[in-house]
Design a protein around this ligand. Structure first.
Ligand code: ZN
Length: 129
């Protein structure tokens, strides 16, 4: 099956976020991890969301009803604003658009990542306005 990846890269899912979500490849940059986490949200792949988090982010994480697909939120689009990678730390600022009850909402976040034993993790996020 060929379909364009939900992260908006313009690449096919199987060679984009699908590599990380389904085939256990490790993202090489915080940006790739961020994109694949967004795509995992689109598909409701909560296992992947959980295994790519550590620290504060993991402690704060409670799957919401929408994550569990009980309350349907439709993710529309991911917009990357900037990403920075320095040694084993990284930041990604993004906007994620979703429809909730027919209304378009936007989540604007600055996410923090760290690399441990060669693997990137999402460790914290700050909501921006
Ligand atoms: Zn992708």
């Amino acid at each position: 099956m060929s379909l364009l990846c939900k992260c908006g890269s313009g690449n096919e899912y199987q060679v984009c976020c699908g590599k990380y979500i389904d085939d256990n490849f490790l993202p090489e940059t915080p940006e790739q991890l961020m994109r694949s986490r967004y795509t995992a949200y689109v598909f409701g792949k909560i296992d992947y969301i959980i295994k790519t988090m550590q620290g504060k982010a993991l402690k704060k994480f409670k799957p919401s009803k929408s994550d569990l697909n009980e309350h349907k939120v439709e993710w529309q689009k991911l917009e990357l604003i900037k990403h920075i990678m320095q040694n084993n730390k990284g930041f990604v600022e993004f906007k994620a658009y979703y429809l909730d009850g027919g209304q378009l909402n936007c989540m604007h976040e600055l996410s923090e990542f760290k690399r441990k034993n060669g693997q990137w993790f999402y460790i914290d996020g700050e909501i921006l306005n």
